[in-house]
Design a protein around this ligand. Structure first.
Ligand code: GRF
Length: 216
């Protein structure tokens, strides 16, 4: 069975969507450990409620990023993690970290990348005047929110949207495409060919989510 490690910094609603998918029998994986770089993250409370192992690893406890990442890698390996899921983890991981999990670190970002990479993607979409934005799950590489895309969902921007209302509309799709991607990994169907990622046997060409969701 696939064993995942989830890295978080805050609220953890995407973590919750994965937990719910596992509990509902839609994801055949288990969560080995949740690691937070923020001791106040609400995600940690979710772990307590669901009796999921969690660990706080603080950047300031290490002299440099390398030491901090070494500790995260150590904990993930100790727990036998074979897929790392960034679910609102607010730090950039170095090539050193990524080399330990080649093509096995994924991230959820609230835009149709490469649009609106980095922080406050939803606010940027409103301010830009976009009419369609969305969310993406991608393989993490050395760029910020720029790695190979696995799945994207398109979400409309409405005339009276604020950052908050748009974020909420996008989040509903985040909570579907991220758990679905974890299940695709669990089924061994994700193939990475350079920048292009394919989910074997998935139905392509549908909207608003491409490839089509199967269980979520
Ligand atoms: C989400 O919007 C995600 O796309 C972004 O950070 C936010 C995390 O939310 N990377 P949550 O902690 O999962 O509720």
């Amino acid at each position: 069975m696939l064993r995942i490690g989830v890295l978080v910094s805050g609220r953890g609603s995407n973590l919750q969507a994965i937990i719910d998918g596992i509990d509902a029998g839609k994801i055949s994986a288990d969560i080995g450990v949740v690691i937070s770089d923020n001791p106040k993250a609400y995600a940690l409370e979710r772990c307590r409620r669901h009796r999921i192992k969690s660990k706080v690893i603080l950047r300031e406890d290490f002299p440099n990023r390398r030491g901090f990442e070494e500790e995260i890698v150590r904990v993930l390996k100790e727990e036998g993690v074979d897929l790392v899921v960034l679910a609102g983890f607010m730090r950039i991981l170095s090539p050193f970290f990524l080399s330990h999990f080649p093509d096995r670190v994924i991230n959820i970002h609230p835009s149709l990348i490469p649009a609106f990479q980095g922080l406050s993607a939803q606010r940027k979409a409103v301010e830009f005047g976009s009419k369609i934005t969305g969310c993406s799950v991608h393989i993490v590489d050395e760029s910020v929110d720029g790695g190979p895309v696995i799945v994207q969902a398109a979400v409309p921007v409405l005339p009276d949207d604020t950052e908050e209302t748009l974020s909420e509309r996008i989040l509903r799709f985040e909570h579907r495409i991220l758990p679905q991607t974890v299940q695709w990994f669990a089924e061994g169907r994700v193939k990475v060919e350079g920048r292009r990622v394919f989910v074997e046997g998935a139905r392509y060409g549908t909207l608003p989510v491409n490839p089509d969701l199967e269980k979520f």
